[in-house]
Design a protein around this ligand. Structure first.
Ligand SMILES: NC(=O)C1=CN([C@@H]2O[C@H](COP(=O)(O)OP(=O)(O)OC[C@H]3O[C@@H](n4cnc5c(N)ncnc54)[C@H](O)[C@@H]3O)[C@@H](O)[C@H]2O)C=CC1
Ligand SMILES: CC(C)CC(=O)C(=O)O
Ligand SMILES: [Mg+2]
Length: 365
């Protein structure tokens, strides 16, 4: 049998820095008898610099073949003035669309060691474990028409929010399936009060629930109120299912419940491949963080936890995933802190690579 295959796309800014720490962990698994066939390629600004496109067709083809893609982050100020069609972020959107990765799982868990550090009160976040399921291949990031057009004397920026029933149906099913393996509760968030796409979203989620998941507790919430509730009392939620735009915003907000944007991993999953496993891309929720890139300050934990999700969802290595998560828990409990996690309560300051080394040491102990 061939080794499991991984395509690594480090990307831009802190992407390569945090991915280097995951690479150490992948190499360590090789010494333990699980060798991954790893290939590496360019995406985002790095791909644009070499090929004039943020995602080369060969890279796209390779992404379709492998068992899992690991991505760091894309984008940066250097590319701000590029034509929109070749912006780094378009490379990532193309991967998501062409791999049809419709369910983006963004778990927000607050490790005990960071409960004091969160900007919210300790009892609000301690023990928090919620899962945001964000629809990832449709909605306003992809809808047509889009563009900037001229109308009279001025320009008009246009994006279109568009959802088909089947797009809502399949992501709702992902959320209900996950809920059954967790706290058995789904809260669906949209803006059915002001958007037709929200009305359809609510109807379809309710129908999927009533027909196939009546055992799961379902509630509906307007996304603006949902954002407020997420900050007020996040433990009321188990699984949140929402659209592409709202999921993007709500998950960055949820990251702060865990202490830092540098803590939040994600798995983007599509339909099962011939081997029964989903097409998959794993990436931290954060971006390329140009303000700290190249300084050894980036927190690699979101990227490391994204690899743990890969072990769980793409490689049937759930026990190893849990071991890796426990290793992260241990280094945090030991007081190791990258700059983003350093608060008045202190801790041992560590660089990106020192944090990666410590996680690896805890994993291999
Ligand atoms: N999936 C991706 O590749 C994403 C890419 N981006 C792109 O990244 C670029 C920068 O976007 P921003 O809005 O600044 O968002 P960002 O997520 O890169 O950074 C926001 C803030 O969080 C901090 N931060 C992020 N990750 C961190 C980590 N691992 N450790 C410590 N601190 C961390 C940054 O220093 C910054 O202060 C843009 O070009 C944006 O389009 C943004 C979000 C996702
Ligand atoms: C294409 C990305 C830059 C959008 C984003 O912020 C995200 O997916 O979290
Ligand atoms: Mg985002």
């Amino acid at each position: 049998m061939s080794n499991p295959s991984i395509l690594i796309l480090p990307g831009d800014g802190i992407g390569p820095e945090v991915m280097a720490e995951v690479r150490k962990i992948i190499d360590w698994f090789g010494t333990q008898g699980t060798t991954f066939d790893v290939s590496e390629d360019l995406v985002g600004g790095a791909a644009y610099d070499k090929h004039g496109t943020p995602l080369h067709d060969d890279t796209m083809a390779r992404a379709q073949e492998v068992d899992a893609v690991l991505l760091g982050a894309v984008g940066g100020p250097k590319y701000d003035d590029l034509d929109f069609s070749v912006k780094p972020e378009r490379g990532l959107l193309r991967l998501r669309k062409e791999m049809d990765l419709y369910a983006n799982l963004r778990p927000a868990q607050c490790f005990d060691a960071l409960a004091d550090f969160s900007s919210l009160k300790k009892d609000v976040v301690a023990g928090l474990d919620i899962m945001i399921v964000r629809e990832l291949t449709s909605g306003i990031y992809f809808g047509e028409p889009r563009g900037i057009i001229h109308e009279g004397n001025e320009r008009v920026g246009i994006n279109t929010q568009r959802y088909t029933e089947s797009e809502i149906d399949r992501v709702a099913r992902s959320a209900f399936e996950l809920a059954r393996r967790r706290g058995n509760k789904v809260c669906s968030m949209e803006k059915a009060n002001v958007m037709e796409s929200g009305i359809l979203w609510r109807e379809v989620v309710q129908k999927v629930h009533d027909e196939d998941y009546p055992d799961v507790e379902l509630s509906h919430m307007y996304a603006d109120a949902g954002a407020m509730q997420l900050c007020r009392w996040p433990k009321q939620f188990d699984v949140i299912v929402t659209d592409n735009l709202f999921g993007d915003l709500l998950s960055d907000a949820a990251a702060m419940l865990t202490g830092s944007l540098g803590m939040l991993p994600s798995a983007s999953l599509g339909a099962p491949m011939a081997n029964g496993r989903p097409k998959a891309l794993y990436e931290p929720v954060h971006g390329s963080a140009p303000d700290i890139a190249g300084q050894g300050k980036a927190n690699p934990i979101a990227c490391i936890l994204s690899f743990a999700m890969a072990l769980r969802y793409s490689f049937d290595m759930g026990e190893d995933a849990t071991r890796l998560e426990r290793a992260v828990e241990k280094v945090l409990a030991d007081g190791l802190r990258t700059a983003d996690l350093m608060g008045p309560e202190g801790g041992t300051p560590v660089s990106t690579s020192e944090m990666g080394d410590a996680v690896l040491a805890a994993l291999s102990a």
